[in-house]
Unconditional design. Sequence first.
Length: 89
Amino acid sequence: MAHVEFTSQLHRFVDTPQLDCDAGTLGEALTRAFDCNPRLRGYILDEQGHLRTHVAVFIDGHRARDRQALSDPLTAQSKVYVLQALSGG
């Protein structure tokens, strides 16, 4: 089962589950996390259901490519990390 974790930065604002789930895509894995805590959706996705600008997702050490449809594939051994990207100067 794919493993999904959210960084502690997000946990400061909303409960973030760590979960193992049977999901074939990033979108399916995130949906499982949102099922655990619906408030989390607004921190991760915008109004169109796309990843927010300042959210980065890494799957098996590589940045997720499909920020709109969230169709990046997952395997049963995938490790997914969701974090808020830092910006500023």
